[in-house]
Design a protein around this ligand. Structure first.
Ligand code: ADP
Length: 368
């Protein structure tokens, strides 16, 4: 039901933004022709009221999506850790979970089922997005996920989180270059403030990351750069789907995951990981319970991600997912009463200033 409401709001916001542009243009035309009369006060205040109403609705929707992303991915992170770091078996026969492709495969299946069920219930209408958008977007989306997962075999976890914290930057740059997005100067400044704040907060000195490699730039870092570039390309495709084809959230979610199932299924067969994974499941069937609960968290989280992408754009989505990691760690610091370093206070301040300024000045310019 809540989802239905969100979807209805998505439609409303799309409809409203068109209406808003038309109304504003009409007013501008009248102004140019000197036809603005006493009436304007009345219709102007009605328009202002409508706009205020729309803006508060849209803020509430963003707040619900951001909270949904935070809660679902917090749980997702815990279960992911349980699956990948868990001990399977005893003594000599003990083994590790190394089936990343299979894990993402199960995740994509549940995501696709969830999206399909939501479409059946909410009936968002026909999808006119050309298929090649989904093909390329699923490849970059999968590539980004696999590259960042794989980087963990070469760099410690804090380095990976730190590296991925600059995700809004490639999403913004490639959005401008490939999807012809235009942002006010203030938006660039806000993104820079948020990203610097998160990076400053997450940064760990060499001393505290014992597992870090000696080289300043190795294969792990290269994988992180590849993952960030692919994130940027995914964002640019999503920006285009959103503005050129008005793609709906669950259509995008269903198609991107369905294509990913196809790529992953092929890889599982070709690499032999599929057979190895089935053997693992036979030996340790309880892993399936965690995998299903992990995938349900992923489907719910992605539901909010795709609503954010289609309603507010991939850049806003990447700001939400980046600050989510920051808020999760900030929450745990306060919860466990850990002391914060001076650098982390500065980082926190920068994030809040960036988010505050962004909510006031960071609106994207409307295309004429
Ligand atoms: N723009 C997007 N389109 C589709 N899925 C996304 C998008 N952004 C994030 N996701 C999904 O959310 C998951 C978590 O993203 P995020 O919190 O940004 O972490 P990271 O990208 O560092 O793994 C991704 O692995 C992906 O499945």
């Amino acid at each position: 039901m809540a989802d239905e409401e969100l979807l209805k709001n998505t439609k409303d916001s799309v409809i409203f933004s068109d209406k808003e542009t038309v109304e504003t243009n009409n007013l501008k035309d009248q102004e140019k022709m000197g036809q603005v009369s006493v009436d304007v006060n009345v219709s102007g205040s009605k328009e202002a009221l409508e706009r205020e109403n729309y803006e508060s609705k849209s803020k509430l929707k963003l707040f619900i999506c951001a909270s949904g992303i935070l809660v679902c991915y917090f749980y997702y992170g815990i279960i992911q850790e349980m699956i990948t770091k868990g001990k399977y078996g005893e003594g000599e026969t003990q083994e590790k979970f190394t089936y990343t492709l299979a894990l993402v495969f199960v995740q994509c299946i549940i995501n696709a089922i969830f999206a399909r069920a939501t479409i059946a219930v909410t009936k968002p209408g026909e999808d006119k997005t050309p298929i090649w958008f989904y093909i390329s977007c699923s490849l970059t989306y999968l590539g980004a996920m696999l590259a960042s997962n794989h980087s963990l075999q070469h760099v410690p976890y804090p380095t990976q989180v730190l590296g991925k914290s600059i995700k809004p930057i490639p999403v913004m740059i490639l959005g401008v270059l490939l999807a012809r997005k235009r942002y006010p100067l203030a938006k660039y400044l806000c993104v820079f403030l948020i990203v610097s704040g998160v990076a400053l907060f997450m940064y760990k000195d060499k001393k505290s990351t014992a597992a870090s490699s000696d080289t300043l730039f190795g294969f792990g870092e290269l994988l992180l750069i590849i993952s960030l570039t692919l994130d940027g390309l995914t964002g640019a495709s999503q920006d285009r789907m959103r503005t050129e084809h008005m793609t709906k959230a669950h259509h995008m979610m269903l198609n991107m995951n369905t294509w990913s199932i196809l790529w992953l299924g092929t890889s599982l067969v070709l690499t032999g990981e599929g057979i190895a994974f089935l053997g693992f499941v036979q030996r340790h069937p309880t892993v399936l319970i965690n995998m299903v609960s992990f995938s349900v968290a992923s489907a719910l989280g992605q539901n909010f991600i795709f609503i954010t992408v289609t309603s507010f754009g991939p850049l806003t989505c990447s700001i939400v997912t980046t600050t989510r990691k920051f808020f999760t760690i900030l929450g745990s610091v306060f919860l466990f009463g850990n002391p914060m370093l001076g650098r982390q206070w500065v980082g926190t301040l920068l994030v809040f200033i960036g988010l505050g300024l962004d909510s006031i000045y960071g609106k994207a310019k409307k295309k004429s």
